[in-house]
Design a binder for this molecule. Structure first.
Ligand SMILES: C[S@@+](CC[C@H](N)C(=O)[O-])C[C@H]1O[C@@H](n2cnc3c(N)ncnc32)[C@H](O)[C@@H]1O
Length: 355
């Protein structure tokens, strides 16, 4: 078969695409530097300023700041007035780079250095199989997840995650038994325990750092407790009325087993709320969806790899709606409802035990 003619236009378009990817990668490095040294916060507070003033305000070296500013200007983050040699971070850009709301996207950027750190181990796993254990991402991972999730819980826990499924808030107000599996630093438990004093809450996580942080944050709350526990071995005598899992199922070593344990730990009429990444299980559906390359990258560099490292199936970050719904049904949940995109990145599964 004759080889297809080399399509020059296609090659040119691909080079342009590569250039955009390379620019994005370069800007992400500088975004992380800016986040770490507090330049966005410093610039958000000021109008147009020279590099000397910006460096002095931020307490940083001017030469480094000037080079960083050049990258930020060319990357479209900062505006530059050449005649005055002044730089300005527009308010609209500052909103996406500073503050403690979910609009601040720099916690997504913070993932890259951690993922870069495990490139040798992941590359090795491509050759030999296996994966990268959770321990390889510590001690940074727990704090990083906390910074990413905290604003989401502050803004959306009551209005969306607990508020959108019918009937959950009234039951929490009346007093029920609740568990959060893979609770990390337990911020959502602390929020719920304060808001619903008649309910009792327990958080489970394998991370000792996470549980230590959770216990410290919940000090003084009588209705919240935390246990270092592998949820694949979860056993409870008294059943729960509500179990939650926020971003904690798809990277499990035994996700099917964990879902069965969760189902078994629920009493009659119990509900499992599972927040997980909004994606289709079919790659073809995800092409062109914003952030899809980010999902598959985080999956390769963390979510899939930690599961494979522990002998698991490596479902991956984009295991998706179809697979997740099927697995919930196979675990014994009768009624599985999918609330798509309850936040910009996640869907909520409302799985009822149906007894
Ligand atoms: C992606 S983080 C999510 C943490 C938290 N739910 C949040 O939204 O910020 C997943 C959490 O699950 C925990 N985890 C993973 N496998 C676990 C297991 N088998 N048993 C208990 N916790 C586990 C990890 O330590 C981590 O804290």
């Amino acid at each position: 078969m004759p080889e297809a003619e080399f399509d020059r236009a296609k090659a040119k378009a691909f080079t342009q695409l590569m250039v955009r990817h390379l620019e994005g990668a370069a800007v992400s490095v500088m975004l992380e530097i800016g986040r770490r040294v507090g330049l966005f916060e410093a610039m958000a507070e000021m109008g147009p300023a020279t590099s000397e003033v910006i460096a002095e305000t931020a307490g940083l070296n001017e030469r480094y700041v000037r080079e960083w500013l050049a990258a930020m200007v060319c990357g479209g983050i900062v505006e530059y007035t050449a005649a005055e040699h002044t730089y300005r971070l527009p308010r609209e850009h500052a909103a996406g780079l500073t503050g403690s709301s979910t609009r601040n996207l720099t916690s997504m950027v913070e993932m890259f250095p951690l993922m870069n750190r495990v490139i040798p181990e992941v590359a090795q796993a491509f050759r030999t199989g296996g994966g990268v254990p959770y321990s390889a991402y510590q001690p940074d991972f727990t704090g990083l997840m906390d910074r990413r999730s905290r604003p989401r819980f502050d803004e959306l826990l009551f209005s969306a995650y607990l508020g959108k499924p019918e009937g959950i808030i009234p039951r929490l107000e009346a007093g029920i038994r609740v568990a959060d599996v893979g609770c990390g630093t337990g911020h959502c438990i602390t929020l719920m325990a304060r808001r619903f004093p008649k309910s009792t809450f327990v958080g489970y996580d394998i991370s000792e750092e996470g549980i230590a942080g959770a216990r410290a944050a919940a000090r003084g709350l009588d209705n919240a407790s935390f246990v270092v526990q592998d949820i694949a071995k979860l056993e409870t005598r008294a059943p729960f009325d509500l179990i939650t899992a926020f971003d904690a199922i798809h990277d499990q070593a035994d996700p099917a087993g964990v879902l069965r344990r969760i189902r078994a730990a629920l009493g009659r009429g119990g509900t499992f709320l599972m927040l997980d990444v909004c994606a289709s299980s079919e790659l073809a559906d995800n092409i062109g969806v914003p952030m899809a390359p980010y999902l598959y990258t985080m999956s390769t560099m963390h979510c899939m790899s930690v599961s494979l490292a522990a002998g698991g199936p490596g479902l991956g970050t984009a295991w998706g709606h179809q697979v997740a719904t099927r697995m919930l049904r196979e675990a014994g949940f009768r009624d599985v409802q999918l609330l798509e995109r309850v936040d910009p990145a996640n869907s909520l599964y409302v799985a009822r035990s149906g007894d």
